[in-house]
Design a protein around this ligand. Structure first.
Ligand code: 5AD
Ligand code: SF4
Length: 453
């Protein structure tokens, strides 16, 4: 898709009526939303707004929302419901719902939640200041949910807080239309960013002390910008001076770019770690999901990835209880999990989403009991595999990047190996952002325990 932007709609806000309002922004959902919140922060800071860590100090609450499963909706609904009471005590308070719930639910949100003053979809963030202004001065409930074929926020540098890993969206939207997934409807058509902007953002992150970047796209296989593909982009980002680790998420198992495997194998800064969403291991279900690969093709892809990048770490996403999935068909998914032995897996119950092909065509007919049982069994199986994989690493020496203190014991560090596994160890001399060589001495399903070498 062409990336030439027509003249972008600019916010019509002439400036604030009085001092710029103080904002409290809360993010739900995926890393793409975290990144988008950093863009919204820049857009509002350019208009003079300050940000408050606590709701008590803010005049505007913004919620960047997620629509991927009903559980995500429910978390946000609970928050919006609670605001009714808060608003009664603070009548001037403005509440805005940003992100994926906005284009998907539109007016439904305004009808159901009187506390919400405006809604704004992922392609309309330039309008946020004007929407706030309109709510404050006209008490008008604004709706900006149009999706764009061009908007990539290329001219907006995200506002970063200090950190170790920086997210960078390299594309927006998705054209895959997996039948269960709401993303093509909430984030619109796929468009890729200019690699120059991505490299520029990587340099900005290095200058702020970041050691790692993670490139984000709903389906990185289809990243294209003029002559560049995703492998070219990874290589360029990996060569930015000072960047130590580059990760990405997610590729699609269909038309997986094999060129990328060679690029990862040859470039030491590109981590030997791939998140490869399986969704199901059954051919009939994969077809109904519109995934465009079969079980045997997925397994062949895994073999070729492991041949080109020995020791690569693989993780996945799986959905249990897609409409009409039988026990035998679910067993095909278990079989793939047993054969591939992923390092980790995110396992979800199917959640029917508004607007999707699956909702239009098929009843959500797998019982809640069967869905729960399949998820629980698969999680248990994956935990066993993860533990076996982790135990086999005991005695090895690995290079880890320190991200923060351990949740269980603040005298220990929480770090990550190249495989993206959490490694816990002690070193009184170290600091967040440091690399260390550690020897693995213990293992749990989610964590490796280590000692400084
Ligand atoms: N129900 C359950 N899981 C879903 N995902 C996407 N849509 C749904 C849905 N309707 C999962 C997929 C995807 C991950 C980000 O979320 O596994 O890879
Ligand atoms: Fe959703 Fe499929 Fe696109 Fe991923 S590739 S965002 S699962 S439609």
């Amino acid at each position: 898709m062409s990336n030439v932007e027509p003249a972008m709609k600019q916010t019509g806000s002439p400036g604030w009526d009085g001092a710029p309002p103080k904002i409290h922004l809360q993010t739900f959902g995926c890393q793409m939303n975290e990144y988008d919140s950093e863009l919204v922060t820049t857009i509002l800071k350019r208009k003079g707004c300050e940000f408050a860590a606590s709701e008590d100090d803010a005049e505007v609450f913004l919620f960047n929302t997620c629509a991927i499963r009903e559980t995500a909706h429910n978390r946000i609904y609970a928050r919006l419901d609670a605001l009714k009471t808060i608003k009664r005590k603070r009548p001037g308070l403005v509440v805005g719902v940003l992100g994926c719930m906005a284009p998907n639910l539109k007016e439904e949100l305004l009808l159901r939640f009187p506390a919400v003053d405006f809604i704004c979809g992922p392609d309309s963030y330039r309008e946020v200041p004007a929407l706030i202004q309109r709510s404050r001065t006209l008490h008008d409930r604004g709706t900006e949910v149009e999706l764009s074929e061009y908007e990539t926020y290329e001219d907006i540098l995200p506002t970063r807080v200090e950190g170790v890993n920086g997210w960078i969206a390299i594309m927006r939207g998705c054209d895959n239309f997996c039948t269960f997934c709401v993303v093509p409807y909430t984030r619109g058509r796929e468009r890729s960013r200019d690699p120059k902007g991505v490299v520029q953002e990587t340099k900005q992150l290095v200058s702020l002390g970041y050691k790692q970047v993670t490139l984000l796209g709903q389906n990185v296989n289809s990243y294209r910008h003029e002559g560049s593909d995703f492998a070219d982009l990874m290589k360029a980002v990996g060569q930015v001076p000072g960047i130590e680790r580059v990760r990405f998420t997610s590729p699609h198992p269909m038309d997986f770019p094999t060129k990328l495997l060679g690029v990862i194998a040859e470039n030491p800064t590109l981590c030997s770690q791939i998140h490869l969403p399986l969704q199901s291991g059954n051919d009939r279900i994969l077809k109904k999901m519109n995934r465009n690969y079969r079980k045997d093709e997925f397994l062949d892809l895994v073999s070729s990835i492991r041949e080109t990048i020995p020791g690569v770490s693989l993780s996945t996403d799986i959905i249990c209880g897609f409409p009409t999935e039988t026990e035998e068909e679910y067993e095909d998914t278990v079989d793939v999990v047993n054969q591939v032995r992923f390092d980790s897996a995110y396992i979800f119950k199917y959640s029917e989403r508004k607007g999707t092909v699956a909702k239009k065509l098929w009843a959500d007919d797998v019982s809640e009991e069967a869905k729960s049982r399949r998820v629980t069994d698969l999680v248990r199986r994956q935990k066993e595999i993860s533990l076996e994989n982790h135990r086999s690493q005991i005695g090895s020496v690995q290079r880890v990047l320190i991200e923060g203190t351990s949740r269980k014991d603040d005298r220990e560090w929480r770090s990550r190996s190249e495989a993206n596994t959490i490694v816990v160890f002690a070193d009184p001399e170290a600091r967040v952002g440091d690399f260390r060589q550690v020897k693995i001495v213990g293992a749990t399903p989610n964590t490796l325990l280590a000692e400084l070498t």
